[in-house]
Design a protein around this ligand. Structure first.
Ligand code: SF4
Length: 433
């Protein structure tokens, strides 16, 4: 059969959701991927795929049928008194919705990968609002781009070229020549090397830098010390001048803000700065959301429960209190007696104490790919790759929902099908409807 090119595929790896990918299909299999960066291509090509459902017996994995793996998972979850359902980033919103149903049914705590990445952003936005815009507006209008605490050259490789730096936009016809790009970070990253200006800041001083910028913006530069977090006052004054005089500015905030000292307070402060800049010009903020549809997980959970992550159903209703109900809060307190990791990799990202507890409790993994979590899992259920083998909805980092395309057929069950079957069986085991 001749090779077929499927155009405008949405990449399922990072929050850029590049929607111009070309996938070459031969004999029902993906043989090549064009336009994607190496990260996206690797994922679409299906590296490290889990081949079959598995259950661990006497320390070794044994391949089993989907029926057996789903039955075992349902038994674990039906018997658990404090189950945790974690992940929900690398799959579509339709599966996230099914996850909330399951969490409510078994009184679980449902949490997303945001709790170890941009949860602080979400909390900051709840407190101060979201002065955002779309990536399309950035492409067409932005003449000042600030990457603060993020390194898209390595984490979102096409971000600059597609949306923010070299790309030509309607009102920025000369691309790079029409924009100025600052990088503020604690080290000279690959992104810093290609920016117009790199401003090195001491670790943990972002909050103070935002306060200094706000103070200068308010006309009180005289009270700002000579250096703030290692940044000279003259440089801060220069930054404020650039911010005030641009036509359309955007700050892309990364985990250098969310997972460092001050966390959500950093976000509250930078949002205040952006608000105040809007008295002078148009200014916006977009969080650099990492995993594919982690942004969508916040939207889906919020419109179903009222809360975006770290939601505890153990009281029979949705309760939200990050610091008490996030995954690592309950794992470090050793409350969790069973866990399901779906479309996320806690094995690679959680602290050692949490992993030690995860190793002691029954752990179900639902994922297309093997990863460090697989090493700890007792039941492993492979699924179809969202956005490649199953279509659905995913939210880009700027909050734009995008309909993803199915490219090839698969024998793997989808996440939604697996969750539906676990939910049905859990209801039977618990003697419900
Ligand atoms: S930048 Fe992100 S969405 Fe775009 S191709 Fe690379 S991994 Fe995929």
């Amino acid at each position: 059969m001749a090779a077929e090119t499927v155009s405008n595929v949405v990449c399922p790896l990072c929050g850029c959701l590049c929607d111009d990918i070309e996938v070459i299909v031969e004999n029902g299999k993906i043989s090549n991927v064009k336009k994607a960066c190496p990260l996206g291509k690797n994922k679409i090509m299906g590296h490290d795929r889990i081949k079959a459902p598995m259950i661990r017996e006497n320390g070794e994995f044994k391949e089993v049928s989907y029926d057996d793996a789903i039955e075992k998972s349902a038994q674990i979850l039906a018997q658990a008194k404090r189950p945790l359902l974690y992940g929900w980033a690398s799959l579509i919103c339709e599966a996230q919705r099914k996850g909330v149903e399951l969490a409510e049914e078994i009184g679980a705590l449902i949490d997303t990968t945001a709790s170890v990445c941009h949860g602080s952003t979400v909390v900051g936005v709840q407190g101060r609002g979201a002065p955002g815009c779309t990536l399309g507006e950035v492409k067409n209008r932005a003449d000042l781009v600030i990457y603060w605490g993020c390194n898209p050259q390595e984490a979102h490789p096409r971000h600059r070229a597609r949306y923010a730096h070299s790309v030509k936009g309607m009102y920025r016809p000369n691309g790079k020549k029409d924009r100025k790009v600052f990088v503020i970070d604690v080290r000279e990253t690959k992104t810093a090397k290609v920016a117009d200006e790199f401003v090195k800041i001491d670790p943990g001083y972002d909050y103070m830098a935002f306060s200094a910028l706000r103070t200068i913006l308010a006309g009180h530069a005289d009270v700002v010390p000579d250096t703030v977090g290692g940044v000279a006052k003259e440089k801060l004054v220069e930054m404020v001048d650039a911010m005030k005089s641009c036509e359309f500015g955007v700050i892309f905030g990364g985990m250098g803000l969310t997972q460092t000292r001050c966390r959500y307070k950093n976000l509250e402060n930078v949002i205040s700065l952006v608000d105040e800049l809007n008295a002078h010009t148009k200014f916006t903020l977009i969080p650099m959301r990492g995993h594919y549809n982690v942004n969508g997980s916040g939207h889906t959970l919020a419109w179903l429960t009222g809360y975006p992550f770290a939601i505890d159903f153990s009281r029979g209703y949705a309760w939200y209190n990050p610091g008490e109900t996030a995954s690592n809060d309950v794992l470090l307190r050793r409350e969790v007696d069973a866990m399901m990791a779906i479309a996320g990799d806690p094995g690679a990202h959680f602290p050692g104490e949490s992993l030690r507890h995860m190793a002691k409790i029954p752990l179900i993994q639902i994922d297309p790919y093997a990863n460090p979590t697989t090493e700890l899992a007792d039941v492993v259920i492979p699924t179809a790759i969202s956005g490649v083998e199953v279509d659905g909805t995913a939210y880009r980092m700027d909050g734009v929902p995008i309909r993803t395309r199915k490219v090839v057929e698969t024998e793997y069950l989808t996440d939604e099908e697996v969750l539906e079957r676990i939910l049905t069986r859990v209801r039977e085991l618990k003697g419900g409807n």
